[in-house]
Write a new protein. Structure first.
Length: 95
């Protein structure tokens, strides 16, 4: 997997992109909205986005991306963030 960071957007290219392009499918892009502040979850989300909170043994965003990764026609996932949590989501994307 590799990540391409563009301004306030995180483009998450799936590992199966090469397979999808070679077989002429994969025209779908997924847009994940993670720009909220999750104020109803304070104090858990004062300094961390809801997407990066653990749910069991995995982060919420990892669970979502794992589910999306099983879809055959997805070529990329675009994650929308706010300025407050942008750096944390960039760190997640690069890990």
């Amino acid at each position: 997997m590799f990540f391409l960071l563009l301004d306030k957007y995180i483009v998450y290219n799936l590992t199966k992109l090469n397979f999808i392009v070679n077989y002429g499918v994969g025209n779908m892009k997924v847009l994940l909205l993670a720009a909220g502040y999750a104020t109803r979850l304070y104090p858990l989300t004062i300094d961390k986005p809801k997407a990066l909170l653990p749910l069991g043994s995995k982060l919420i965003i990892d669970r979502i991306v794992d589910k999306i990764d099983t879809l055959p026609d997805v070529s990329e996932i675009i994650l929308i963030s706010n300025a407050k949590f942008y750096n944390q989501l960039c760190a997640w994307a690069s890990s």
